[in-house]
Each structure stands twice: as structure tokens, then as C-alpha cells.
Design a protein around this ligand. Structure first.
Ligand code: NDP
Ligand code: GDR
Length: 360
């Protein structure tokens, strides 16, 4: 009998990689998707299009269900039907800056949503059957109290998103301690990929680099170039989610590379990957990234991308995961990550251009 997994947020970056990973492991995978006026399943299309093939070869098994983290009866009904061995709670309003615009919705989805899920499992009497992974975040550390940050570092959230996730973290731990549930937090530092949402800084940069290279965009506007992050590759990180649930005791883990780079460094490297050498001139809001060869200004700073409260730097200490889970923190290096993303976006822009020309 194959194990059954339920993934909330299956249409997101991590959900799509995790679904692939679990299918490879022979799991029967269920995912919750939201009703949307336009397609939101492009990251997992290749998995459920295989449904016909799956029946022929009886290998892959993925089933999608409509639902929402704000709807507790829906969650109860789905969990009752699916009877999952493992739940991965990845659904969230995950954009830090946007959370300042929609704080109440963020609290409802990211904070209360986690409670609804835990409570559904408890209400159905699945405490002993169903393990729960909660997608916690390095944003919990926010205004950092020590460097690098580990499982023992105190939290200081700096956005409505991080405060909502703080509730998610503690309620997961509380249900573990109160009801003896296998409910655990993966405190994941930033992880990126060619499937990253286009408004997160790394993807915004790599897509702009590809468009500038191909001549379909003039400039890239960014916010805080000095912000530093511990950036890993999402495909490597989903394995950790699974490993955390396979560990013999329910424990929380920090997942990070242990390396930190600035937004400016990421930008310079991304342009370099497209054979454009950037030089930086000016300071603060006046800073500009200039093409060394042509002298053209390619990057400017725009105040609108700054946050009301910023997390200046995050650097994780992945020692516990390395020692207890056998996790190799840097499977894909920073340079490889930037290269994967730029190459993928150059291919994407070329494809878009070909299609546009065909229909012109
Ligand atoms: P994405 O933003 O790419 O995906 C978020 C997913 O949540 C999407 O499938 C989205 O659906 C779904 N979702 C949003 N709101 C709701 C709701 N109300 N009900 C049901 N589903 C909803 O995030 P990532 O894949 O990058 O991240 C996965 C999780 O990990 C998130 O919880 C995030 O906060 C957390 N995290 C991410 C890190 C990272 O660096 N990527 C680091 C640490 C934590 P739709 O497609 O319809 O919008
Ligand atoms: P983050 O990711 O806030 O760390 O949250 P994001 O890529 O949005 O920002 C990283 C840093 O870059 C700075 N920045 C910009 N950010 C964006 N989005 N757009 C810009 O133009 C820009 N210019 C500079 C930001 O100020 C910030 O300091 C991500 C999300 O995936 C969360 O869900 C997750 O919990 C954390 O990572 C870990």
C-alpha cells in the first residue's frame, strides 16, 4: 500500500516540486487548489496531464481538490475523505511586502489556516495516524538577535506575514505538546528556482535580465539592494520537508545553506550569466547598475519596493539538519542557482517571442 500525502499550496513553487518528489517515492498525492478566474495550475500541469498515462502504467497518482485554508468545513471534509498519512501545509499568502497590504487575510490564511488544519486532524481523531509538516520561515527571526540563526535563536517578526507565521509555528508546536501529535516545523530560509513567483526578488531579477538581454525590457527597478539572504534551491529543500516527517521523533528544523548574499550580488551575477558586466554607481536611492560596455543604465532603485519594516539580513545554521537528517546544505551552489534561473528565463523569453512572432 502506498502512503497517502495531502499537500496544501500544491500549485505554488514548493508544492509543485514536493508533488514530483513524493510521486517519485511512490506516494498517492492529493493537493488542494483554489478556484481562480484564470489557470493557477501551470506548475503542476505536467503531473496531472499524466493522469491518463498513470492509469495505463499505474505509476503516478495525483488528485486535485478545490479548497481553501479559510474554509474549515472544506478542510475537515477533505481530510476525512483522503485519510492522509502525511499533510504538508504549504498554502500561504507568502509575499512579505503584500502582507502589509492584506494583513487580515494573511493572518487568516497563514495563521488561522494552520490552526484549522491541526484542529481538523484532531477533530477527526487522526492524531496518531496523520503527520503534519508546517511551512515555517526564516522571516520569524526578522530583526535578527544572533548570527547565524538556529532552532534556538529568539524570534522577532517584522511583517504581518511573519507574525501570522509565528502563530502557525507556535500552534503547531502546541498541538504536538498538547495532543502528542507528529506536528513539526521546517524553518526554511529563502529558496528559489525557475518556478519562483515572478514578484519575489530573485525571479524578478532573472526574468528582467532575460528580457533586457533579448531587448524586450529597458530597465529593472529594485528596492533595498543591501538586503542579504541565505538563498537555496527549492528542489533541494522539498526533500528536507519529507525527511523531517520521516525522523523518528517530531522536531523542528532550520533548513538553510549557511551562506548569505546581497540583492546587489545576486543582480550582478545574474547579469554576468547573460554576459552583461554591471558596474554600480551612486548610493542609496540614487544607486544605479550600469552596463560596463554600453554605459546604459540597466538597474535603478525605486522607493516603492521598500517595506515599512525590513528584514536586513538572514543567515541560517543548518547543523541540526545536517547531523540528524543527513542533509547536505549546499547541493546546488549560489552560482548554480543563479545560472539555472537565468538560463531558464532566457529560454522562456525566447519561447514567448517565437509565439508572439507566429501570431503577429
Ligand atoms: P507560493 O507563493 O509559490 O505558493 C503558495 C501556495 O499557497 C499556492 O499554491 C497558493 O495558491 C496557495 N494559497 C495561498 N492562499 C491560499 C488559501 N487561502 N487557501 C489555499 N491555498 C492558498 O509559495 P512557496 O511555494 O514559495 O512557499 C510554500 C510555503 O513555504 C509557504 O507557506 C511559504 O510561506 C513558505 N516558505 C517559503 C519560503 C521560500 O523561500 N519559498 C521560505 C520559507 C517558508 P495559488 O496558486 O492559487 O495562489
Ligand atoms: P522575502 O523574499 O521577503 O525574503 O520572503 P523577497 O524575494 O520578496 O525579498 C527578499 C529581499 O529582497 C529585497 N528586495 C526586493 N524584494 C522584492 N520582492 N522586490 C524587489 O523589487 C526588491 N528589491 C529588493 C526585499 O526588501 C527583501 O529584503 C520570501 C518569501 O518566499 C516568504 O514566503 C518566505 O517566508 C521568505 O522568503 C523566507
Amino acid at each position: 500500500m502506498s502512503k497517502v500525502a495531502l499537500i496544501t499550496g500544491i500549485t505554488g513553487q514548493d508544492g509543485s516540486f514536493l508533488a514530483e518528489f513524493l510521486l517519485e517515492k511512490g506516494y498517492e498525492v492529493h493537493g488542494i487548489i483554489r478556484r481562480s478566474s484564470s489557470f493557477n495550475t501551470f506548475r503542476i500541469e505536467h503531473l496531472y496531464i499524466d493522469e491518463l498515462l498513470r492509469d495505463m502504467h499505474s505509476i503516478k497518482k495525483i488528485t486535485l481538490h478545490y479548497g481553501d485554508m479559510t474554509d474549515s468545513t472544506n478542510l475537515i471534509r477533505l481530510i476525512k475523505e483522503i485519510e492522509p498519512d502525511e499533510i504538508y501545509n504549504l498554502a500561504a499568502m507568502s509575499h512579505v511586502k503584500v502582507s502589509f497590504e492584506v494583513p487580515e487575510y494573511t493572518a487568516d490564511t497563514d495563521g488561522m489556516g494552520t490552526l484549522r488544519l491541526l484542529e481538523a486532524v484532531r477533530f477527526l481523531g487522526f492524531e496518531k495516524k496523520t503527520k503534519i509538516y508546517q511551512a515555517s520561515t526564516s522571516e520569524l527571526f526578522g530583526k535578527v538577535q544572533e548570527v547565524p540563526q538556529s532552532e534556538k535563536t529568539p524570534f522577532y517578526p517584522r511583517s504581518p506575514y511573519a507574525v501570522a507565521k509565528l502563530y502557525g509555528f507556535w500552534i503547531t508546536k502546541n498541538y504536538r505538546e498538547s495532543y502528542n501529535m507528529f506536528a513539526v516545523n521546517g524553518i526554511l530560509f529563502n529558496h528559489e528556482s525557475e518556478r519562483r513567483g515572478e514578484t519575489f526578488v530573485t525571479r524578478k531579477i532573472t526574468l528582467a535580465v532575460a528580457r533586457i538581454k533579448k531587448g524586450t525590457q529597458e530597465k529593472l527597478y529594485l528596492g533595498n539592494l543591501n538586503a542579504k539572504r541565505d538563498w537555496g534551491y527549492a528542489k533541494d529543500y522539498v526533500e528536507c520537508m519529507w525527511l523531517i516527517l520521516q525522523h523518528h521523533t517530531p522536531e523542528d528544523f532550520v533548513i538553510a545553506t549557511g551562506e548569505m548574499h546581497s540583492v546587489r550580488e545576486f543582480t550582478t551575477l545574474a547579469f554576468k550569466e547573460a554576459d552583461i558586466d554591471l558596474i554600480w554607481q551612486g548610493r542609496g536611492i540614487e544607486e544605479k547598475g550600469i552596463d560596463k560596455k554600453s554605459g546604459k543604465i540597466l538597474v535603478e532603485v525605486d522607493q516603492k519596493y521598500f517595506r515599512p519594516a525590513e528584514v536586513e539580513q538572514l543567515l541560517g545554521n543548518p547543523e541540526k539538519a545536517r547531523n540528524l537528517l543527513g542533509w547536505n546544505p549546499i547541493r546546488t551552489s549560489f552560482e548554480q542557482l543563479v545560472s539555472i534561473m537565468v538560463k531558464s528565463d532566457i529560454n522562456l523569453v525566447e519561447r514567448e517571442e517565437r509565439i508572439r512572432r507566429e501570431f503577429d
